[in-house]
Design a protein around this ligand. Structure first.
Ligand code: HMG
Ligand code: MG
Length: 306
C-alpha cells in the first residue's frame, strides 16, 4: 500500500568514503553529512572508530562526532548518526563523555577469510570481542546495529552457506543488536541467491523486521536484489549517495547501491521513504564533483538533466 514505510540507512559518509585513496577534507565530509541531513533521510552513518593504520580515511571520525554535537543539523525530523566500532578502543572514542554517539554499529563476517583480513581475527574471536562492546554500549544507552559481511560469497573463502549467515545473525541479535544488516560486500549476489538467503533466515526464525539489506553494486544487481529483499518483507535498506564506496579489505568491492536509484525504485512501487529525491540527487552530484568521482547513480543525473 502507498503508506508503507521503508527505512533507508545512508552509508555514503562511511562506506562511501572509507575506500578513497586521497584523504577527503574534513569540511567536505561534514558538508556531505549536513547536506544529506536535509534530504529527509533518518539514518546517516557518519564515520568509524577503527584503527587509522588500517583505514586512514576514517581517522577524523572524532572530529565529525564532535562537530555533529556542537552544530547539529536542524532538519524537521530526528536523525541518527551511527559510527562503526570494532573493539573497546573504538567504543571509548565513540562514547566521548562530552559528546557520546547515540548509535554504533559492529561488524562481523560470515566468512573466516574476510574476518581475518578485515578484523585480523577469526569470526569467533570477533564475536567474543564484540560482546563487551555491545553490553557497554547498551549500558550507556547507545543503540547497536550489527553487520554481517560476505553473506553470499567471499573472495577468500568461497560461497557462504546461508546457515553461516543465520548463525552470525542470531548471535548478533542475541548480543543486543536491534537490527542486523546483511552485507553482500562484493556485490556477487543475484536475485536467486539473495532469495534463498533471506528465506533461510526467516525459516530459521529470524524476524524479518530485524533484517536490513546492504548490497554493493559491483555487478549491477543491487537494485534487483533489493527488490527481492522487499518481496520477502525486508523494510530497511542501506545505500550510498551517488553509489560511492567499497571496502578496503574486500578485493574487488565497489560502491553500494546508489541511494538515488533505491529511492526512485521504492517510490515507484508505492513505498514511502521520506526522502526528497531531487535534493538527494543534488547532493549526489555535489559529492561526486567534490571528490572527482563519476556519479554511479543512474537516477540522479537523469533527474537533474530533465
Ligand atoms: P589489529 O592490528 O589486530 O589491532 O587490528 P591491535 O589491537 O593490535 O592494534 C593495532 C594498532 O591499532 C594499535 O596502535 C592500536 O592502538 C590501534 P599502535 O600501538 O600500533 O600505534 N587501534 C586503534 N586505533 C583507533 N581506534 C581503534 C583501534 N583499535 C586498535 N578502534 C582492528 C584490529 C579491528 C583494530 C583493525 O583490524 C581494524 O581497525 N579493522 C577495521 C577495518 C575496517 O574498518 N573495515 C571497513 C569497515 S567494514 C565494511 O566496510 C563492511 C560493511 O560495509 C558491510 C559489508 O559491506 O559487508 C560494514
Ligand atoms: Mg559495505
Amino acid at each position: 500500500s502507498s503508506t508503507e514505510h521503508v527505512k533507508i540507512v545512508e552509508v555514503g559518509p562511511r562506506d562511501g568514503l572509507q575506500n578513497e585513496k586521497t584523504i577527503v577534507p574534513l569540511s567536505t565530509k561534514i558538508s556531505l553529512i549536513e547536506r544529506l541531513s536535509h534530504t529527509g533521510l533518518s539514518v546517516i552513518e557518519a564515520g568509524s572508530f577503527v584503527a587509522p593504520k588500517w583505514v586512514p580515511q576514517m581517522a577524523d571520525s572524532s572530529s565529525i562526532l564532535a562537530h555533529l554535537a556542537k552544530h547539529p543539523p536542524q532538519p524537521s525530523q530526528h536523525i541518527s548518526y551511527p559510527f562503526l566500532v570494532p573493539n573497546i578502543k573504538g567504543l571509548d572514542a565513540a562514547l566521548d563523555p562530552s559528546h557520546p554517539a547515540s548509535e554504533i554499529a559492529i561488524f562481523a563476517s560470515a566468512s573466516e577469510g574476510f574476518s581475518q583480513r578485515n578484523l585480523n581475527c577469526s569470526v569467533d574471536e570477533s564475536l567474543a570481542r564484540f560482546a563487551p562492546v555491545v553490553s557497554r554500549a547498551l549500558d550507556a544507552g547507545v543503540k547497536v546495529r550489527g553487520y554481517v559481511s560476505m553473506v553470499i560469497a567471499c573472495p577468500y573463502s568461497g560461497p557462504t552457506p546461508p546457515a553461516a549467515v543465520v548463525d552470525i545473525t542470531r548471535k548478533l541479535l542475541d548480543m543486543g543488536c536491534y537490527e542486523v544488516s546483511l552485507g553482500d560486500t562484493t556485490g556477487v549476489g543475484t536475485p536467486h541467491t539473495v532469495d534463498v538467503l533471506i528465506k533461510a533466515l526467516v525459516a530459521a526464525g529470524i524476524p524479518v523486521d530485524k533484517l536490513a539489506c546492504h548490497f554493493h553494486d559491483t555487478y549491477g544487481q543491487a537494485i534487483v536484489n533489493c527488490m527481492v529483499g522487499l518481496a520477502n518483507g525486508v523494510r530497511v535498506f542501506d545505500s550510498s549517495v551517488a553509489g560511492l564506496g567499497g571496502c578496503p579489505y574486500a578485493k574487488g568491492a565497489t560502491g553500494n547501491v546508489a541511494t538515488e536509484d533505491l529511492v526512485y525504485f521504492l517510490h515507484s512501487v508505492g513505498m514511502n521513504t521520506g526522502v526528497d529525491l531531487e535534493r538527494l540527487s543534488e547532493v549526489g552530484a555535489w559529492i561526486s564533483d567534490s571528490i572527482g568521482r563519476k556519479n554511479n547513480s543512474k537516477v540522479g543525473p537523469a533527474l537533474l538533466a530533465k
